[in-house]
Design a protein around this ligand. Sequence first.
Ligand SMILES: Nc1ncnc2c1ncn2[C@@H]1O[C@H](COP(=O)(O)OP(=O)(O)OP(=O)(O)O)[C@@H](O)[C@H]1O
Length: 523
Amino acid sequence: MSALPSPRPDAAPILSLDGIGKRFGTFTALDGVSLDLMPGDVHCLLGENGAGKSTLCNVIFGVHQPDSGAMRVNGAPYRPRDPREALANGIAMVHQHFSLVDDASVLDNLLLGQARGWLHRKREAERVRDVLAGVGLELALEAKIADLSVGERQRVEIVKCLMREPRLLLLDEPTAVLLPAEIDALLDTCERVAQRGCAVVLVTHKLKEISRIATHATVLQSGRVVARSASPATDIDRLVHAMIHREGDDTPDDLSARLSLAKSASPYSRPLQDEVLQVDGLSARDADGVTRLADCTLVVNRGEIVGIAGVEGNGQSELGAVLAGMASASAGRFFIAGRDMTQASPRELTQAGVGIVPEDRHAVGCVTGMSLADNLLLNHLDRYTRAGFLQRRAMRSAALELMQRFDVRASGPDALFGGLSGGNQQKAVLARELTLDPLVFLLAAQPTRGLDVGAVAAVYSHIRAARDRGVGVLLISSELDELMSVADRIVVLYRGRIMGTCTPDAGNRGRIGAWMAGAGETA
Ligand SMILES: Nc1ncnc2c1ncn2[C@@H]1O[C@H](COP(=O)(O)OP(=O)(O)OP(=O)(O)O)[C@@H](O)[C@H]1O
């Protein structure tokens, strides 16, 4: 990539990185990364899954120590040994996983380790309100963390960081789990923080977010900087190209094909009327006994992708959890290829040919303390067991083959699963579930969350290939654009009920939007 403009000469950087390198064992995660972060910057860090974005944030925040290169904060040498030193230097980070005390109130969480005595607490509460007002956020300070949505919890984390008045705020994929309105609020907050003279680093895969707020962008590929931009909104095509293009790789046509989510209809001209999933009056309640899914009836045929659309939090998670055998239905039943599986465990579902890509892969999709090979072949361990012993060599080569087919990037099959980048963990879960044999029905809940643009297209091409082989797919996604291009039929959920069903034709977009907002007919 040619255009690598040099940093602006007129302002002093809050943080500058000079040739940062980081290795994990023999694997090079960062290689000579140089970067200046100026006051007022919203700097988007882009790159494919595994490119090194989180590692770079963790080096800046003192979680990892670099093996080479130098950092400076406000011109002074900076080499934090741990996050505490980073915080002391005005650098704060919001992680993908929260560290809040569920049983305590928002205010208590914000004051944790700070409040001494009532007066102090009152003063600090005022300060919290000032911080909230300053960045235009709202939070119920007395609410319990356990009762908050994911978006609200994240707001607490951000306010916790802002209370330290950082000069640099690092946000590692903060929008992956947020609702659209929450994403807007978060982006507004980033802008306001930057306007106050801080620098913000935002790791994201979402092009819309980059166009909306990035003042600068840096693209990493295999740990190296391959492109920079000082006007990302007008540079999106170049940045995406830099993200996924590899030297000697492919032609521009191949590249756009790799990114394409162009429609491809099911090869079956009429529905096969061969039901692999039949959901009959299914209802489910949450832990507090509140009904989250109400009387849901739908069918997925062989060779068909049915998309479940809806704003997150409208019963999709409960539908997915019941169909995956991870939650009980309070009423109704569901059948896989005609067999009642309402009470089945995840293992029994797997044995019946149900592939499950769960919404929360950390909770149920994988074992982070085991190797990548173990995780990839979890469903088939019996195939690799002889006389009670695992056939490690055969497992390694089967795992290698899956890594290549599904583009799972890691140092090798023996890599610890927990050490893989988030996107590569997700690709591995998909690889495992899509290669179930036989695969009759695939339940895919938010399968592209956290994936880079090229990986999203690759995942859907795998899912379509499964459909074309006759697998029925239920695809739950909050990304309406993805559903519109991939699904053969769309079912809209609103407050746990099915509002309507239609084909994903452009002409139906308005109806789908209205159903998602709770308006219009009920199916
Ligand atoms: N603690 C670790 N031990 C071993 N390897 C690691 C560790 N942390 C990261 N890696 C490896 O470093 C590479 C970069 O990972 P990183 O998490 O920084 O990628 P990323 O760009 O943030 O990806 P994603 O978009 O998928 O989150 C990956 O190949 C990952 O497997």
